[in-house]
Design a protein around this ligand. Structure first.
Ligand SMILES: *Cc1c(COP(=O)(O)O)cnc(C)c1O
Length: 231
């Protein structure tokens, strides 16, 4: 069996165990294969091993590989998105994980309208409040959502976070828990135009804990494809 397939099978098993051992485990968890610096051949190999969705953090890389990948795959934009790049990916991606400003929401809404679609987005929350990361603070999330939820070509579909890098994965549990609690709080507000379908959290080093805390999208790169070369 290929290394990619072996890794995917193992991660799927770990996700399943984490779902089962926790009261917060989601019913379905999407394993999003993060394919930055991964070529189309290896992406197709991942598809034969059951992957159906790819996460990229750069617009340019989606554009470069898009036509080489079978159309049944879906693409997710997981990295910071500049307003002037929205037009390049608006009809290519199924979900944008990194919404973090009103201005970006307005641009996505405008471009989605031009191609006649409604774009699902997740609000990126910087739970740990690290200065180097994008995303809104937990306090800013609800006001942001309130301000943009009426945009007709945008569908607010959940929350995303990137946990800080720590030596022991268990240390990030409070970050994941806080995002889940924020999700619950927003859900209880029953805001028109807002659904909290997705909780995108957990990467190679911490996905089991994220699933225990209720993640239903985990974003895994190196755990599937091996260590990335530094950019
Ligand atoms: C690179 C990346 C991942 C995957 O990281 P790994 O540690 O390789 O699993 C997940 N989410 C985002 C936003 C990323 O940029």
């Amino acid at each position: 069996m290929s290394q990619i397939r072996t890794a995917i099978n193992r991660i799927q098993d770990e996700i399943k165990s984490a779902q089962e051992r926790s009261p917060y485990g989601a019913k379905d968890v999407l394993l999003l294969a993060v394919t930055k610096n991964v070529d189309a051949e290896r992406m197709k190999e991942a598809m034969t091993a059951g992957i159906s969705a790819f996460g990229e953090n750069r617009v340019q890389e989606i554009e470069k590989k898009y036509d080489q990948i079978p159309t049944e795959a879906s693409w997710h934009l997981i990295g910071h998105l500049q307003k002037n790049k929205v037009k390049y990916i608006i009809n290519k991606v199924a979900l944008i994980h990194s919404l973090d400003s009103t201005a970006l929401a307005e641009e996505i809404n405008k471009r989605a309208q031009q191609v006649n679609l409604v774009m699902p987005v997740l609000v990126q929350v910087n739970v740990a409040d690290e200065e180097t990361k994008f995303g809104v603070t937990p306090d800013e999330a609800i006001p942001l959502i309130q301000g943009i939820r009426a945009l007709p070509h945008l569908k607010i579909s959940g929350l995303m976070t990137i946990a800080p890098l720590v030596d022991e994965a268990e240390k990030v549990r409070p970050v994941f828990r806080q995002l889940r609690e924020l999700r619950d709080q927003i859900q209880e507000m029953n805001l028109p135009g807002v659904s909290m379908d997705y909780l995108s959290m957990g990467m190679t080093n911490d996905y089991q804990i994220a699933v225990e805390e209720g993640a239903n999208i985990v974003r895994i790169g190196s755990g599937i494809f091996g260590a990335r070369l530094p950019n």
